[in-house]
Ligand binder design. Sequence first.
Ligand code: PEP
Length: 257
Amino acid sequence: MRKPLVAGNWKMNMTRATGQALVAELSGLPAAVEVVVCPPFTLLAEIAAHCPAGVSTGGQDCFWVPNGAFTGQISAEMLDDAGARYGIVGHSETRGRFGKLDIDAGDVGYFAETNTTVRRKMEALMRVGLVPILCVGETLAEREAGRTEDVIREQLEGAFQGFTEGDMAKTVVAYEPVWAIGTGQTCAADEANRVCAFIRQWFPAGVQNQVRVLYGGSVKAENAAELFGQSDIDGGLVGGASLDAAGFRRIVEAAAP
Ligand code: PEP
């Protein structure tokens, strides 16, 4: 039986004061749901130290080398040292699109992440015992071109190349259609479930029942129960709605079996 997981991605939001106040309001969440908050790096150690029982922390990204001359980067070892237990990898805001970046034209992949760098980050997290939350998903143009499954297959093949079945089973995959992130445009629950099932079935048979597959993209208190009630959706990766304690609590409660 897979334990439901709800992870909040705070992105570039929150201060020490507001972050602490938010997690202080997250006590007493249902024990049947694993809850993770992913603050900015600067808050990670502090939030990890102040999380109520049942809530753990994750990083939003990492670099794959343990330490060295890599200005501006944070390694998996540093996430571990700060108290994190999870790490988001391959978010659409860190991936690159089509090898070029045009922010003025609305590109969302600001940091030129490729499937290869995603894999290195996955390996780095596993090296220190952190659980990767791998984000995969198609853009609107890719969906309209009928390429959703192809794009996701490529992302999975890239991220898990060389992984043993045992290591695959320890990871979490979040299906995050790029067109649904931060737009208020949620993927219909049955369609989200169909793609999550496709992701699950990509794994070897022995892994399929163990790997947790989340949905992310404009999850809110109002739509969480329908999404989490689907057979192949094991919880959610929540951006904007994780910044409000009351709303996030309702989302977590919606994931309880
Ligand atoms: C995300 O950034 O992972 C996300 C799902 O954002 P939002 O919930 O705001 O769409």
